[in-house]
Design a protein around this ligand. Structure first.
Ligand code: DX5
Ligand code: ZN
Length: 222
């Protein structure tokens, strides 16, 4: 079973983002948190920065939109050529149409849910998406503690994805460390976002390796 480690540049040095991104060549994807100070109480960057990062990143970009009115804004990130674009269920009036718009523009479509948002209303949409993101902290900031109470949603999703049989990735984001990654892997996650545990380490490369090994040790399904 494939394990993907996507470092989040939210915890990188924003003044030197090019050199920070260039350190991530052993990652699977670079996770880019777009925040609008409205859907979440924090502000990061928009399309121009995403476009610029993509031109210098050694691996493709995994864009996580924490913005309101996702139906309106998400397709533009796919037009920039982002590998995957994930938007929040809480911020979309028509997630099915938005997923189709993303796929038509060549991106993998992702649907994210906050810790308090149930997943059951979205299970019918499994065939429309390439990835689901179960937030394991409240979105907005790095460095928070992993919320194990979100794990039942991953198990439900893993079950739904197995029944569907398609190539749908299950991502977790928030508080992922070598201590918590195994819990998420056991619950069915295969794609792991990590901000502070990667950029807070002495060696970014070793942190990515350690996370990969810790997740791999916990995978026991096929
Ligand atoms: C939080 C972001 C995360 C954040 C995770 O809202 O979506 O991607 O960077 O940071 P850590 O890994 O430090 O919890
Ligand atoms: Zn994120």
């Amino acid at each position: 079973m494939t394990v993907r480690i996507n470092p989040s540049i939210l915890s990188a040095d924003f003044v030197n983002l090019q050199s920070e991104v260039e350190r991530l060549s052993s990652a699977d994807l670079v996770h880019v948190d777009v925040m609008d100070n409205h859907f979440v109480p924090n502000l990061t960057f928009g399309p121009r920065m995403v476009e610029g990062l993509q031109s210098v990143s050694p691996v493709p970009l995994d864009v996580h939109l924490m913005i309101s009115d996702a139906d309106r804004w998400a397709p533009g990130y796919a037009e920039l050529g982002a590998f995957s674009v994930t938007f929040h269920a809480e911020a979309a009036a028509n997630p099915r149409a938005t997923a189709r718009a993303l796929r038509e523009r060549g991106a993998r479509a992702g649907l994210a849910v906050k810790p308090g948002t149930p997943i059951e209303p979205y299970l019918d949409l499994v065939p429309e998406f390439d990835q689901f993101l179960v937030m394991t902290v409240e979105p907005g900031f790095g460095g928070q503690s992993f919320m194990p109470e979100t794990m039942p949603k991953l198990r439900v999703l893993r079950d739904a994805v197995s029944r569907f049989g398609g190539d749908v990735w299950l991502q977790v984001d928030g508080g992922i460390t070598v201590e918590t990654i195994g819990v998420a892997a056991d619950a069915g996650a295969d794609t792991f976002v990590a901000g502070s545990s990667v950029f807070g380490a002495d060696s970014v490369e070793r942190a990515i390796d350690d996370l990969r090994a810790a997740a791999g040790a916990h995978r026991h399904d096929g």
